[in-house]
Design a binder for this molecule. Structure first.
Ligand SMILES: [Zn+2]
Length: 355
């Protein structure tokens, strides 16, 4: 087999299993292995997962990060002082390499709840924004903030529509969800959408499984596992010029995932029951947790509705904004967050590649 990142022939890959998940999963993840390239460290699920099966899974209760569901319900009440640290830190990096103005065209693959778009709009960018996002709960928020929404999973054929038109392609925690055999084609299609000199911002987990076996990166439902070296050789192979590639966030070598797993195990967090209709394994504790979150969310919404009925919508938003403003830490305090810290062996790889 060939490594999809560095293209070298792999004879004896290291093999790893997926770690148990505290969320729902497809049964197939118990049977599949992750194969790692001895040259660049890139990890690949041993067999591509069927697109339809994946789509069904993503549309079920699975929610990326456990909190994402609650996030998508509350995105409508984002106000001036709402802060998404990851988005802010990404934007501050991008601005060092791309001169964004209102004529710039930005395309995001996997826009999710719209955190990056929101940060951009708050920073004053009024230009064209194309958001590729299949999750329907996110569409109204994205549209409200002036995005043209492509309501589908990104495919290489979509790229033809935007050939040589885009100044910045933004992809944050999305590439690792694609089947490994699709990766070179996706990155090549990003290249084709960019104008000459256009930028590709890409952030993925720093999933060097051989180097950090205990960092908890063998995670369901990721299908591709990037290392700094693999991302570097992938981009270079596809003619990108790399302007920036570094890791940020918490140090991977300080994590003790095994210990965490043992604690979860004894807490009964790995008990599943099969949904006979979809074949998805439902994690019992995860659904208890979702139920709890829904309760909290409902409470917050009731409070918000009461406020709206008393004051009207726009005044209620003003109150919300005022409360957030009071609670908000000072701007310099934000820099203490790990997402602003770059160095070796940290948990995310951030990169800027130029056409
Ligand atoms: Zn490789």
């Amino acid at each position: 087999m060939k490594c999809q990142a560095c293209n070298s022939e792999i004879n004896n890959p290291s093999r790893f299993s997926y770690t148990p998940t505290t969320m729902d999963k497809l049964k197939l993840f118990d049977e599949r292995e992750i194969l790692c390239c001895p040259e660049c460290g890139f990890g690949m699920i041993d067999q591509d997962v069927n697109d339809e099966v994946l789509a069904k899974y993503y549309h079920s209760e699975y929610s990326g990060k456990a909190k994402k569901r609650a996030e998508t319900i509350s995105i409508d009440v984002k106000t001036e002082s709402s802060t998404d640290l990851r988005a802010i830190s990404q934007l501050s990096l991008i601005q060092q390499y791309v001169e964004l103005n209102n004529n710039s065209v930005i395309l995001e693959i996997g826009a999710g709840a719209g955190g990056f778009l929101f940060a951009l709009r708050k920073a004053g960018y009024q230009g064209r924004y194309i958001a590729v996002e299949p999750q329907s709960q996110a569409h109204s928020f994205l549209e409200k903030h002036g995005a043209e929404v492509e309501k589908q999973t990104y495919t290489v054929s979509l790229a033809k529509k935007y050939e040589s038109q885009v100044d910045l392609v933004f992809m944050s925690h999305s590439l690792e969800h694609f089947n490994p055999t699709l990766i070179p084609g996706i990155v090549a299609s990003v290249f084709s959408m960019l104008k000459e000199g256009g930028c590709f911002f890409c952030e993925v987990p720093n999933a060097d499984i051989q180097k950090y076996p205990n960092a908890g990166e063998r995670v369901v439902p990721h299908l591709s596992f990037f290392t700094e070296e693999s991302l570097l050789s992938l981009f270079e192979r596809l003619q990108f010029k790399i302007e920036f590639l570094k890791t940020c966030g918490q140090p991977q070598l300080e994590k003790d995932h095994q210990k965490q797993m043992q604690e979860l195990q004894s807490g009964g967090y790995f008990e599943y029951e099969e949904d006979s209709e979809t074949g998805i394994l439902r994690n019992r504790k995860y659904h208890e947790y979702l139920e709890l979150e829904r309760g909290k969310q409902a409470k917050r919404q009731r409070r918000m509705l009461l406020l709206v009925s008393l004051l009207g919508y726009s005044r209620a938003l003003k109150v919300l904004e005022l409360l957030r403003k009071i609670k908000k830490p000072g701007a310099v305090r934000l820099l203490g967050s790990q997402v602003f810290h770059y160095g070796d062996d940290r948990e995310f790889i951030r990169s800027i590649a130029v056409k």
